[in-house]
Every structure is written in C-alpha cells, then in structure tokens.
Ligand binder design. Structure first.
Ligand SMILES: Nc1ncnc2c1ncn2[C@@H]1O[C@H](COP(=O)(O)OP(=O)(O)OP(=O)(O)O)[C@@H](O)[C@H]1O
Length: 317
C-alpha cells in the first residue's frame, strides 16, 4: 500500500532559524504514528507544512496522494486536523459551530458531532468563548473527527484533557488504526505515546534522528554501562551495525545508548584491557528520547539514518 504521508528532504528556513533540515519520512496506513521532539524541535512546523498552512523552503511531501503546498484545501477537506491552539469562532455556540462545519461535509457530520459533544458532556447552547481549555479541546476534536477522516493529524491533542478523557481518547485512536485509518500525533508525553503508537519518529533540531516501529525501537536500543580502571582508558569503537545514540563519561564510568547492539560487542568490551565491569539492559523510551535529543547536531545536513551523535563519542573518548 502507498504511504499516507511521505516527505522528501523537507526544509523550512525562517529568518532566524532552520526549523526543518531535510526531513524524510513515510507513514503507512492503519498506524498510530507519534512525532516526538523537545520544545522548538520543529513538530508544529512539519504539521503546518503537511496540512498546507505553510509552504516548505525546499523538499516535497504528499498527504493522501495530494501535495499540500499546491492543493492545501483539498488536503484539509480530506483529513481531520487539530492544531496546537485550535482557532474556534468564539462568538458561536457549540451547536452553531458544529452546524457551520457541517455545511462543508455530508449529513452524517452533524449527527456524529452532536453525539460526540453529548459524550463529552458539553452543553450545545454554551458559547465557545465560555468554554474551559479542556472543553475547547473536546469541541476541536469533535469537529476534526465527525467526518470520519481516513487521516487524522493532531498537534498535542491531549493537552488540556483530564486523565480520564485523555485515556479514552487515546484508546479510541488505537481503535481507529485497527480499522485501517491513520493517526498522526505530536506529543511530549512519552508515557502516552508508549501506550498508543505503533511507529514513532524523534525530531531534534529540525531533523529526524530516529524513526521506526515502537516494538523494534524497544528491542534494539540498549543502555550499556562500562566501568573502567582509569577515566582516560579508551574503549573499542563498536562496529556497524551498532549506532551510538549518546555517550557520557563520569569518572571511571561510561554510559552509552546503543542501537543494534550485538552480544559479541558486550564480550569485546568485557575483554578490553582495563574494563572492570559491563552491564547492559534494554533502554526505556524516555531514555531513548533523552539520548536522541541531547547534544547539538552538526549544522551541515547529514543523512537522517546516520547515528545522531557519533561525533560525541569521539569527544568523550
Ligand atoms: N513563523 C515563524 N517565524 C519564525 N520562526 C518560527 C516560525 N514558526 C516557528 N519558528 C521557529 O521554528 C522552530 C520550530 O518551531 P515549532 O513551533 O515547529 O517547534 P515545536 O517542536 O512545535 O515546539 P513546541 O513543542 O514548543 O510546540 C522554533 O525555533 C521556532 O521559534
């Protein structure tokens, strides 16, 4: 099946910063995809390009087979989208805003919207400007979901929702993906992402530094702690396919996060002169996130499947 979203070498240069620096990615239908990244990593910029609100400085992308730069309205009509700060007409009531949006879609929209508003326990005659932050988020989600889109793009969808609503909303996203539809969400909430996502990408300083299935990432990234007799002791460079995501030294202890670690690499480390002890375990997603987002990337663009911080390893040793 063709990807629902594909991006090739997307870059976005603003006057003071490069928000995106050569983003490549493909998202398959029927998945919950989570985009993770620290503040300012470029998540909203990428979402704005995918939804046609922003033209990239260079590169191309397709959303459900349509180029959002040239056909933004076509893309926005076919997807469901909630921005990080949804703009709703404040002077309308909850019912009126649903009626207004319904005029763009078929008759089912209004029925679905009213049902969603009822489920969220929001009064239809309440003015939008009097809604709480969480209630606004629920109205925005109801508007985005009521035409039952094949692709939902959500920028920080659960901020403002209480834990109970958040949980049931996220579970409903898993149900959507199970029916072949696709959910793209950006988040800072690692624990939430772990619960719902099939695939994740970590964006750091405008580049994708890690992209893959959550199951694969969980199985292939390891924390390795090596105790050495002398802080200046050099360790062997781990051979390909191993990728060092980050490395820290503290006294006689080195800690690394390594993707595609092989058992023989642990044996090699243990056999190295001056190595006192080697411990390793599978890394948590939070540790993977911190490892991938610590340190500066080189300013020159490099292929995104390169180890993110290989240069740091040389600096430590
Ligand atoms: N219109 C703009 N003009 C200039 N700079 C911008 C503009 N939009 C975003 N930026 C800059 O681009 C970078 C990426 O911003 P973006 O909003 O995409 O980050 P983000 O990952 O969504 O962050 P957060 O998690 O804090 O919402 C930031 O340095 C931001 O200041």
């Amino acid at each position: 099946m063709p990807p629902v979203i594909s991006a090739k070498n997307l870059s976005m240069h603003f006057r003071r910063c490069d928000a995106l620096r050569g983003v490549d990615m493909e998202i398959q239908p029927g998945t919950v995809f989570a985009l993770l990244g620290e503040n300012g990593a470029g998540k909203t910029t990428l979402i704005r390009i995918l939804t046609g609100f922003q033209k990239p400085s260079s590169g191309t992308c397709l959303v459900s087979g349509v180029n959002p730069s040239t056909h933004p309205l076509k893309v926005r009509r076919s997807i469901g989208y909630v921005s990080d700060s949804p703009a709703l007409y404040d002077w309308m009531t909850v019912a009126q805003i649903g009626g207004f949006a319904a005029s763009f879609y078929d008759r089912e929209f209004l029925t679905q919207y009213e049902e969603s508003i009822r489920r969220y326990d929001i009064q239809p005659d309440q003015k939008v400007k009097h809604l709480s932050k969480g209630q606004r988020a629920k109205v925005a989600l109801s508007l985005a979901l009521s035409h039952d889109p094949d692709l939902l793009i959500l920028d920080e969808p659960t901020s403002g929702l209480d834990p109970k609503v958040r949980r049931s909303f996220l579970e409903s996203m898993i149900d959507r993906a199970a029916t072949g539809r696709t959910v793209f969400l950006s988040s800072h909430q690692i624990s939430e992402v772990e619960r719902v996502a099939d695939t994740i990408a970590i964006l750091h300083q405008g580049k994708i530094v890690l992209h893959g299935s959550l199951a694969e990432i969980r199985e292939t990234i390891w924390q390795v702690v090596v105790d050495v007799d002398d802080p200046l002791r050099a360790l062997p460079i781990l051979a390909a396919p191993a990728q060092i995501l980050s490395e820290e030294a503290s006294g006689g202890q080195r800690q690394m996060f390594v993707r595609y670690l092989k058992p023989e690499m642990i044996d090699e480390l243990r056999a190295t002169e001056g190595v006192v002890d080697v411990r390793h375990r599978v890394a948590t997603l939070e540790e993977v996130f911190v490892a991938c987002t610590s340190g500066d990337l080189p300013t020159q663009s490099a292929p995104s499947d390169q180890p993110a911080t290989e240069t740091k390893r040389e600096a430590v040793l």
